[in-house]
Design a protein around this ligand. Structure first.
Ligand code: RTP
Ligand code: MG
Length: 134
């Protein structure tokens, strides 16, 4: 995968509350092209695998439970400087700290149920994309 791509998930709370369309609109309006996309229900095992890097963090068990609690939408996005620009578009992990105009400011409910995921490096964008679209 080229470095002009990133990977995202619309998380269970946002899917449950019918925000797929609103979030995809913000993504497209910010100049990202949707390259691949699908709706998936993760098993706890698959969610645990995806978040393996956070295994030692105190929130890991809750995160795995939350991410397997309902369907998510996984997508690969393309744009110049995709990883960094997408992190800017989604805003801070904790919605209380997310800037105006960000996806999390508009849609996130809590530090855990924060509406969207965005890859944090080109390397992880590639790995995370392959996790869903191998
Ligand atoms: P993401 O990976 O989902 O894009 O989020 P992020 O980089 O902003 O945050 P990260 O540190 O990678 O954490 C991954 C996800 O774990 C949940 N979390 N819960 N309860 C807590 O203190 C806590 N901290 C993080 C969030 O769903 C976060 O997005
Ligand atoms: Mg992260």
């Amino acid at each position: 995968m080229a470095t002009n791509r990133t990977f995202t998930m619309i998380k269970p709370d946002a899917v449950q509350e019918n925000h797929i369309g609103g979030i995809l609109s913000m993504i497209e309006e910010a100049g990202f092209r949707i390259v691949e996309m699908k709706k998936v229900l993760l098993t706890p095992e698959r969610a645990g695998q995806f978040y393996e890097v956070h295994k030692e963090r105190p929130f890991y068990q809750d995160l795995v439970k939350y991410m397997s609690s309902g369907p998510i939408v996984a997508a690969i996005l393309e744009k110049d400087n995709a990883v960094a620009d997408f992190r800017t578009l989604i805003g801070a992990t904790n919605p209380a700290q997310a800037a105006e105009g960000t996806i999390r400011k508009k849609y996130a409910k809590s530090i855990e149920a924060n509406a969207v995921h965005g890859s944090d490096s080109n390397e992880n964008a590639q790995l995370e994309g392959e996790f869903y679209f191998a």
